[in-house]
Write a protein that binds this ligand. Structure first.
Ligand code: GRF
Length: 193
């Protein structure tokens, strides 16, 4: 059983996909803490409903990033977290967390990196007029949306409705995140994929 932490700032649909997969046994893991930097965000309500402990904090209550990241990393240590999953955590991870959890932090990005990095990937891809959208899961490093790519899924779409393609991308995200975590956990335990 692998201990996961999921970090999110917003609605938390990826958090929910991961937490539900843990609960129904699809993932041999449990979410020991949901970290949220925006108290009141949708993810907090989802976590409560699913019985996942929440660590909510306001960055402005701390002197700087190093201080709140130290507080977070201390909690991850206490909980025995082995893998961190960023799921719409709208903040650049700094030195403190990278120093203590580097190489064990995954991120999900709603585009086929290295195309369309940044906070508005779906809109950017739509405005560019791509016909194949996608999702990337990667380990993070100190660069924005950089780091080693672990998995990708393509989402072909040739329509003109951004809401429609966004919904398709989110569905692909949920599947890919759970499958990727599963692969990582199984390879860690030396099981066959
Ligand atoms: C996802 O599109 C993810 O790729 C991006 O932020 C969004 C989070 O959505 N990093 P949700 O909060 O999981 O619904």
């Amino acid at each position: 059983m692998t201990n996961l932490a999921v970090f999110a700032s917003g609605s938390g649909s990826n958090f929910e996909a991961i937490a539900r997969s843990c609960a129904d046994g699809r993932l041999d893991a449990r979410v020991v803490v949901c970290v949220c930097d925006r108290p009141g965000a949708g993810v907090v309500e989802r976590a409560r409903r699913l019985g996942v402990p929440v660590l909510e904090f306001r960055p402005r209550d701390y002197a700087g990033k190093r201080d709140f990241e130290r507080m977070i990393a201390d909690r991850l240590d206490e909980e025995g977290v082995e893998l961190v999953c960023l799921a719409g955590y709208m903040r650049i991870v700094g030195e403190e967390l990278l120093g203590r959890y580097g190489g064990r932090i995954l991120n999900i990005h709603p585009a086929l990196l290295p195309a369309f990095p940044g906070a508005h990937a779906i809109r950017d891809a739509f405005e560019y007029g791509v016909k194949v959208y996608g999702v990337t899961i990667h380990y993070i490093d100190e660069t924005i949306d950089g780091g080693t790519i672990v998995s990708q899924a393509a989402v072909p779409y040739d329509g003109d409705d951004i809401d429609e393609v966004e919904a398709m991308i989110h569905q692909a995200e949920h599947r890919l995140y759970v499958d990727t975590i599963s692969r990582i956990i199984n390879s860690k335990e030396g099981k066959q994929e």
